[in-house]
Write a protein that binds this ligand. Structure first.
Ligand SMILES: Cc1cc2nc3c(=O)[nH]c(=O)nc-3n(C[C@H](O)[C@H](O)[C@H](O)COP(=O)(O)OP(=O)(O)OC[C@H]3O[C@@H](n4cnc5c(N)ncnc54)[C@H](O)[C@@H]3O)c2cc1C
Length: 401
């Protein structure tokens, strides 16, 4: 353990905050995770974790904890949502393990969160404080104090703002930065996998591309349920991750889609919806002894399925920087930001590009389909080497081509 007397404070015990607490504990640094909920949030959609995330989760001792709830898909199947034609296959199964040294898995966000929580709560340097909603932050030269909605004050040697999309800590770092509606809305639901017809019964991620919308489904809860997410342009702005969805409105947007895809949508009993947001690039993520991580620093659109992975990667890099410079958090945060910014920006940009490709209409849609149908399956994973093969901090990629 380092000599510091005050812990590093972590605002938010979501995916990134809990990952940071675990990674910092491994570097011998004490943390206090201040989370506004009771750490038992069941809401949220499924999450896909590429090898760049699972490799780090394995190092942190979390992969074993989530294993019973995780599903290892055999492939990603891409379809045209209107014709129902299968366009391409990205082979998964054992391929990611062989190429990148870690698996590709799908699971419910609540199961990933529970796995991180189970590991964090057993680590002596980690204190988990629930029902602590941070409302005020005071960043000083040699430390930080935060105050909760209930009037409690806590002091720390530094503060990591891992408080998500609507971050309160971000307001102290970049007061003018406002989220902007990205012009699309997502809806999610779960269906029991028992008795589902093909292709939904297959052990794959299904990605159906249509004009101005797309549909994705994959097994979660160890394969017992199918997570279904439909994303459409427009839809109006809603706050939070968990607004009630309107099945009739959603189905009308998919009226021209093929019979199979519509039959899947009709089986979802309870839709939840949320809006997609973008944040203008922040000039800085850190001020003195306070920094940001995950969605608080760089929200990412979901089209590359990298939101959770980016937060986990941030956590590992941050722990490495702070582990090397435990008595100089300001310098550690500058180093962390310099290491992470290029990759976060690249993933944000590529996610936007993938969303644009998924939602193409008119002749561009046919050109996309043609390109997908004529792609060599063996090259399908290769295009993701930069994403899945990268390890934070490392100058070299880790894939075995
Ligand atoms: C309940 C919930 C459901 C979600 N569902 C989806 C989903 O369906 N689809 C999707 O794409 N993404 C969803 N997300 C977001 C997804 O988890 C993140 O985009 C991604 O994992 C990046 O992680 P993060 O740690 O940056 O943010 P998050 O995982 O969102 O974690 C942020 C944490 O900070 C806490 N927090 C926020 N403000 C404060 C405060 N002032 N004081 C203390 N704690 C605070 C939150 O309760 C949360 O636990 C959800 C997040 C939450 C919290």
């Amino acid at each position: 353990m380092t000599k510091q007397k005050r812990p590093v404070l972590i605002a938010g015990g979501g995916i990134g905050g809990l990952s940071a607490s675990i990674a910092l504990a491994r570097a011998g640094i004490e943390t206090s995770v201040l989370e506004r909920s009771a750490f038992t949030e069941e809401s949220g959609a499924g999450i896909q974790l590429g090898p760049n995330a699972t490799r780090l989760l394995r190092d942190m001792g979390v992969l074993d904890a989530i294993e019973p709830a995780a599903f290892k898909p055999e492939a990603i199947w891409l379809f045209d949502g209107v014709s129902g034609k299968r366009l391409a296959t990205v082979p998964l199964g054992d391929n990611p393990e062989q190429r990148y040294g870690a698996p590709y898995v799908t699971l419910h966000r609540a199961d990933l969160h529970a796995g991180l929580h189970a590991v964090a709560e057993n680590l002596a340097p980690v204190e988990l404080r629930s029902s602590f909603e941070i409302t005020q932050v005071k960043t000083l030269e040699d430390g930080v104090t935060v105050q909760s909605a209930g009037g409690h004050r806590v002091e720390g040697s530094s503060l990591i703002g891992a408080d998500g999309l609507w971050s309160a800590v971000r307001k102290t770092i970049a007061p003018g930065a406002e989220l902007r509606f990205a012009g699309a809305t997502a809806s999610r639901g779960l269906i029991p996998t028992k008795d589902l017809p093909a292709p939904f019964s297959e052990p794959v991620v299904g990605l159906w591309l249509g004009p101005r919308s797309h549909l994705v489904h994959y097994p979660v809860r160890g394969g017992e349920a199918l997570n279904v997410v439909a994303v459409s342009d427009g839809g109006g702005e809603v706050q939070g991750w968990n607004q009630q969805g309107d099945a009739a409105a959603l189905l009308s947007g998919f009226a021209r889609w093929c019979r199979e895809s519509k039959s899947l949508l009709e089986q979802v009993e309870a839709w939840r919806r949320w809006s997609l947001y973008r944040l203008p690039t922040l000039n800085r993520w850190s001020v003195r002894t306070t920094t940001l991580l995950g969605d608080a620093a760089h929200p990412v659109l979901p089209f590359l399925a990298q939101g959770a992975a980016l937060a986990i990667e941030d956590a590992v890099t941050l722990a490495s920087s702070l582990g090397a410079l435990p008595d100089d958090p300001a310098a550690a945060f500058r180093q962390y930001e310099a290491l992470r910014r290029p990759r976060a920006t690249r993933i944000q940009r590529q996610s936007r590009r993938f969303g644009w490709i998924y939602h193409l209409s008119g002749p561009a849609r046919f050109a996309r389909n043609f390109a997908l149908e004529h792609r060599e399956p063996k090259n399908a994973l290769k295009q993701f080497d930069w994403l899945y093969g990268e390890t934070p901090n490392a100058a070299t990629s880790k894939f075995v081509a």
